[in-house]
Design a protein around this ligand. Sequence first.
Ligand code: DC
Length: 229
Amino acid sequence: MKKIIIAIDGYSSSGKSTMARDLARRIGYVYVDSGAMYRAVTLYAICHGMATAENGVDTAALVKALPDIHISFTPAGSDGIQHTMLNGVDVEREIRDMQVSSLVSPVAVIPEVRHRLTALQQEYGKEKGIVMDGRDIGTTVFPDAEMKVFVNASPEERARRRVKELSAKGENVTYDEVLENIRERDRIDTTRKESPLRKADDAVLLDNDNMTIEQQMDWLLKLYEDRDR
Ligand code: DC
C-alpha cells in the first residue's frame, strides 16, 4: 500500500497524541509528536533562565540560542512511547510538567522557533509513512498531507482528562488550574499570527467528547482505509 502522510491537529489535551501514536503503531507508521518539540525548546528556555512565570519569555535570547538546541526522538521503547531528547538528554518526563505547559504557548508564537521546528518536521516526513500531531501540521507543515484530521473536545472534558493524566503521574494539580491553562493555551494557539491553530479546509473533524479511545481508533482506521486505496 502506498505510504501517506497523516496530519492530526487539534486543541491541547484533546487526546490527539494518544490517538496518533496508537494509529501509527496499528498501521506500522512512524509517529512524531510535534508538540513535544515545542515543549523541549521551552524546557531549554526555562533551564537557561530565558523563560520564567514572572517575566515570560526572553525572545531575543531564545532566538539567539536556537542553533544550540537539538531535538530528536528515541525509537519507541517497550512501553510503545518514543522519548524526546534535548541535546542528547531524555527529557520526556520534564517536558510534560505544568511549568513547561504554562510557558510553551508563548514560546510557540515566536516565528524563528516555528520556522526551525517546521523544517525539522518536514524532514521527518520526507519518507512518508508518518503520523504527526500538532496544531499546524495539516495547514503549514504538510499542507498536501493525504489524510488530515482535526480533533476537538470541550475545554471541560479536556481538563478532566488532563487532571487524571497528571494525577496518575503524581503531579498535584487542581481542575481549575488545569482548565485555566487549557483555556489560555487555546486562546494563544488560535490567535497567534504565525500558523494559528485552525482546521484545514480539507481536514475531517473528529469531536471526541463522548467517544471512547476504542471508538476513536475504529473511526480513524476506517478513515485511513478509505483514503489509502
Ligand atoms: O500538543 P501539546 O499540548 O504537547 O503542544 C504544546 C504546545 O506547543 C501547544 O500549546 C502549542 C504548541 N504547538 C504548536 O504551536 N504547533 C504544533 N505543531 C504543536 C504544538
